[in-house]
Design a protein around this ligand. Structure first.
Ligand SMILES: NC(=O)c1ccc[n+]([C@@H]2O[C@H](COP(=O)([O-])OP(=O)(O)OC[C@H]3O[C@@H](n4cnc5c(N)ncnc54)[C@H](O)[C@@H]3O)[C@@H](O)[C@H]2O)c1
Length: 285
């Protein structure tokens, strides 16, 4: 065992990933499976679940899967039961991934839409967290909630989604304290733009050159995030390397939240307003 493997202490431990089929769930599954964790993945998309399980198994990992909608409490309870049956009645890590949104001015939204966003981004996570706690109490564990950069700033057009991600951040802090005596750590990962199929829809119809320039200007590190950027955060929070970290947030965002409105313009460098030539162009000069 290498020095890092020894310090991380992940091999053989059990991780449940809710939303572990595609996107960031797959990113976490590949990295935790690669570190030797035994996995239980559930997702409503059976095809991507199967693909992720195969990726994990082909790399020598152990995995069970459950096709379900995380918003269905009975299905989620049954899935945690399946994980118990396979790996025993305790688990070490639970990653809550499921979430999503759509752009809509708040004025045009309605109670039905609010309810959908609240159920998709918050309610199921309460249930998953309770199921996780019960299985971690005997020995401790790590609960990792995937939130968003939008939990930490204004998000015009995404008001309820951002509010729910902020709610998860608040819940995380409170539970980190409530559960600290039980050695259960609770943290969030708050990504900005990480290339997943869900995020790809935001740039549909744009050329690669335009998208690259958008990220060159909008993200201080000048690129989009990739699976390893997200998976690395999950590995750290799952592992013993973060054994004294709870109630915290990791920001895999290339510096976006820190930049708070400063853009890296190709000629002018960092400015918190558009450069003069853009203004002149907008004024038609
Ligand atoms: N990708 C990013 O850049 C980014 C940025 C900020 C926040 N996030 C957050 O990260 C999480 C994952 O985002 P993603 O880009 O991977 O999206 P995604 O839509 O690919 O979701 C990941 C997985 O969750 C599954 N899923 C969605 N709803 C489900 C449900 N109700 N029940 C069971 N499974 C369900 C999907 O099938 C998918 O396999 C979300 O909470 C999202 O808000 C992502």
């Amino acid at each position: 065992m290498s020095y890092l493997d020894d310090r991380a202490d992940l091999a053989g431990r059990v991780a449940v990933i809710v939303g572990g089929g595609g996107g960031l769930g797959r990113a976490c599954a590949i990295d935790l499976g690669g570190a030797g964790m035994r996995l239980a993945l559930c997702d409503r998309d059976g095809a991507s679940l199967g693909e992720t399980a195969k990726l994990v198994e082909d790399a020598g990992g152990e995995v069970i899967t459950g096709e379900l909608d995380a918003r269905d409490p009975d299905a989620l309870t049954a899935f945690f039961g399946d994980a118990d049956a396979r790996y025993g009645p305790t688990c070490d890590v639970v990653i809550n991934v499921v979430g999503g949104t759509f752009r809509q001015p708040f004025e045009e939204s309605n109670p039905r839409g609010w309810d959908a966003l609240i159920r998709t981004n918050f309610t199921w996570l309460l249930h998953s967290t309770q199921l996780a706690m019960a299985r971690m109490r005997p020995h401790g564990g790590s609960i990792i909630n995937i939130t968003s950069i939008e939990a930490h700033r204004a998000a015009p057009g995404f008001a309820v989604y951002a509010a729910m991600k902020a709610a998860v951040t608040s819940l995380t802090r409170t539970l980190a304290v409530e559960l600290a005596p039980d050695k259960i750590r609770v943290n969030t990962i708050a990504p900005d733009y990480i290339l997943t199929p869900a995020l790809n829809t935001l740039t549909e119809g744009l050329s690669e050159e335009v998208v690259a320039l958008q990220h060159r200007i909008g993200t201080p590190m000048g690129r989009v995030g990739n699976f390893e950027d997200a998976g690395g955060c999950a590995l750290f929070l799952a592992s013993n390397l973060s054994s004294f970290v709870t109630g915290s947030t990791l920001h895999p965002d290339g510096g976006a939240i820190a930049s708070a409105g400063w853009f890296n313009w190709p000629d002018e460098g960092f400015m918190n307003n558009p450069p003069q030539h853009i203004i002149e162009y907008l004024l038609g000069r």
